[in-house]
Design a protein around this ligand. Structure first.
Ligand SMILES: [Zn+2]
Length: 391
């Protein structure tokens, strides 16, 4: 499964930012944007009929395999439910599951008041039960570190003689499957869990695992765990139970020794207020959380001074063995060069947007003049970021 929840969230933010100028770069691949925007407007004004029809249009218009498909299909499902079309709602949820881009997005549905009228129906329950049969895949990366794919985010496990260290937990609904995969790897009890950031696809099982294991997370993640997790406007899940709260908060570069290996953990706050990156110094494997996603042309310096974040990440990479295998929060494992390339593109885009603002160009002019090199939603994203006073 290729799950990329946070790409969705970032793109979602970006196309909200750029909605006003979407006509500038309308293309066939973007045919879903207009009905999606219309659907969002209907959602906000409480018009379930238009919300349902426009989200269905948007979902149909979206190219196969598009990373935002599950998100738009999820909207189509909840809109259908609100519009009294229970069967269609279940069908859309089923498509989210079957298309396998981010199947576990359906795990939000039981918390979503939009589905309250059908939450007891057999069709809805049957879709919710699909996660029980989740199949995960496992890949050896180096040393005694393995990647487990399919739990909602990339989970790394280090299988040592006296137990298992994990990086990220996936969604809560994936935990039984994850525990099965760890057993198949010969792993003993889970002793230590490092959470890369406070998004549900990465920390979903923190409360369950916190009962069994020592939990490490950034103070920003600890703070976020104590608040409801807002998936979208009108849909949040309750704060984490006390067992999810980190036993150890990591606010600066830290080394954890586990199974005889030094594991470096470094704050890489950018994508959220609580990002950590992890490097297994002997296994030569790194998990950069959602600070790095191979399929996304940009990094996420949305919450911090971008240059400082990129410098910091680069210095962390410099300290790694040149042949380190790198995973982001989602997608395939790759290498250090891929991360460096992406940092380079991000720096270019930032330079370009800053110069453009300096020259007095509007957001539309900036997006248009850069569109051969940078996706317009990203130039729009940076434009907004640099135009806004920072707090
Ligand atoms: Zn993620």
């Amino acid at each position: 499964m290729r799950a990329r929840h946070v790409v969705l969230v970032a793109l979602y933010a970006a196309f909200r930012l750029s909605a006003a100028s979407s006509a500038v770069y309308a293309q066939d691949a973007d045919a879903w944007r207009a009905p999606f925007a219309a659907g969002e407007e209907a959602r906000r004004s409480g018009d379930a009929v238009v919300y349902a029809s426009e989200m269905a249009n948007a979902a149909e218009a979206m190219p196969a395999g598009h990373l935002n498909r599950p998100f738009v299909q999820y909207h189509a499902a909840r809109a259908a439910a609100l519009d009294g079309q229970g069967d269609n709602a279940v069908r859309w949820l089923r498509r989210v599951w079957d298309e396998d881009i981010e199947s576990l997005m359906i795990s939000f549905a039981p918390f979503d008041p939009a589905f309250s009228a059908i939450s007891d129906s057999s069709g809805f329950r049957a879709v919710m039960d699909l996660a029980r049969d989740l199949s995960l895949t496992t890949r050896f990366l180096g040393g005694n570190v393995h990647l487990i794919v399919g739990a909602g985010s990339n989970v790394l496990v280090k299988v040592a003689a006296d137990g298992v260290l994990m990086v990220d937990t996936g969604f809560s609904s994936a935990l039984p499957a994850l525990q099965g995969a760890i057993r198949d790897l010969g792993g003993g009890p889970i002793r230590t869990v490092i959470v890369t950031h406070p998004h549900e696809d990465h920390m979903g099982a923190a409360a369950e695992l916190g009962v069994l294991a020592d939990l490490f997370a950034h103070p920003g993640t600890a703070a976020a765990m104590a608040e409801p997790y807002v998936f979208m406007e009108g849909l949040s899940i309750p704060p984490k139970a006390n067992s999810a709260m980190p036993d150890f908060q990591i606010a600066g570069d830290t080394s954890i020794v586990f199974g005889g290996e030094a594991i470096r953990v470094m704050p890489t706050v950018a994508h959220t207020a609580g990002d950590l990156s992890v490097y297994f110094t002997e296994s030569r494997v790194a998990h950069l959380g959602d600070a790095f996603l191979p399929g996304n042309p940009m990094m996420y310096p949305g919450t911090v001074e971008p240059d400082a974040f990129l410098d910091r990440l680069e210095s962390f990479l410099d300290a790694m063995h040149p042949e380190t295998v790198v995973v982001g929060g989602h997608e395939e494992a790759t290498d250090l060069d891929a991360v460096r390339d992406q940092i380079g593109v991000t720096r270019d885009a930032i330079r370009f947007v800053r110069a453009s603002i300096e020259d007095g160009l509007t957001i539309e002019e900036t997006a248009r003049s850069g569109q051969d090199r940078f996706a317009p939603q990203w130039t729009a994203f940076f434009y907004q970021l640099f135009k806004q006073p920072r707090d």
